[in-house]
Design a protein around this ligand. Structure first.
Ligand code: BTN
Length: 267
């Protein structure tokens, strides 16, 4: 654990003038940075507002799961975006965030081969290092705001992990054997996000697809894709230029999956 608190003033001064990070709300303890960011977005907080906390008491994960958020070691942040892309392309924001996080993790963790488990779990050596929860609000025509909630296990020691995630979660500390500076990491992550978001706006997901595919480790592997009520078994083929997962199902038909959870059936 680094136990060092974030220096919110120093972080804000490094972020001033940037599109993402133009406003930083730092709190030592919150229930969920996503909940706070949603509240701020609802009352008009500008794009680029970042909510950062040292600890969450009710960190939210995907699929109604919780996210382990002990103090003094990890990153819990939520970012408000107000994208102008069409509603049906909103999932590309999630994929873009996964790419920005994977690039930041690769820089901080040269000893591990970083992968993105579609749509956006950041994995190293088969264990999860970071997760992303996007929550959004739309009206009939457009996206009003998107909250990017990012949790990264930075200096999470294995002995502090509850039994439920031991063996399926990892951290930069576990991988590299030494503590990583959380403030430097969050600045790098925000910088990557700003760059990837700009690229997405400029050229659409096709601008990012090749780099994203470089982190796809399931090509040719058997997977189960869990969607709301339905699951499909098949072979993962890759991602399409719009970010959809391409799967060859058991009858040999190619399917495009827009949303779901991928469970690898082999290592
Ligand atoms: C997942 O299930 O993989 C997504 C986890 C997302 C966790 C982050 S931590 C910061 C932000 N606030 C939350 O309550 N959740 C997200």
């Amino acid at each position: 654990m680094d136990r060092m608190q974030f220096d919110a003033k120093a972080l804000q001064s490094r972020l001033t003038g940037r599109r993402i990070g133009c406003r930083l709300h730092y709190e030592e303890t919150v229930d969920s940075t996503n909940r706070i960011a949603l509240e701020l977005a609802r009352v008009g907080a500008p794009e680029g507002t970042v909510v950062l906390a040292d600890r969450q008491t009710a960190g939210r994960g995907r699929m109604q799961r919780s996210w382990q958020s002990p103090p003094g070691c990890n990153l819990y942040l939520s970012i408000i975006l107000r994208p102008t892309i069409p509603q049906q392309e909103a999932s590309q924001i999630t994929l873009m965030t996964g790419l920005a996080a994977a690039e930041a993790v690769s820089e901080a963790c040269p000893e591990g081969r970083v992968g993105i488990k579609w749509p956006n779990d950041i994995m190293v050596k088969g264990e999860k290092l970071a997760g992303i929860l996007t929550e959004s609000s739309c009206d009939r025509e457009r996206i009003l705001y998107v909250i990017l909630g990012i949790g990264v296990n930075v200096n999470f020691p294995r002995e502090l992990m509850p039994e439920s995630i031991r063996g399926i979660a990892t951290s930069l500390l576990i991988l590299g054997g030494k503590a990583v500076d959380r403030s430097a990491f969050v600045l790098q992550l925000i910088q990557n996000l700003e760059r990837c978001y700009g690229e997405l706006e400029e050229g659409g997901f096709s601008f990012l697809a090749e780099r994203w595919a470089g982190f796809f480790r399931l090509k040719g592997k058997r997977v189960r894709v869990q969607m709301l009520e339905q699951a499909i078994l098949g072979k993962a083929m890759g991602i399409d230029i719009d970010g959809a997962l391409i799967l060859e199902d058991e009858r040999g038909f190619v399917q495009r999956i827009i949303a779901g959870e991928v469970i690898p059936m082999e290592s």
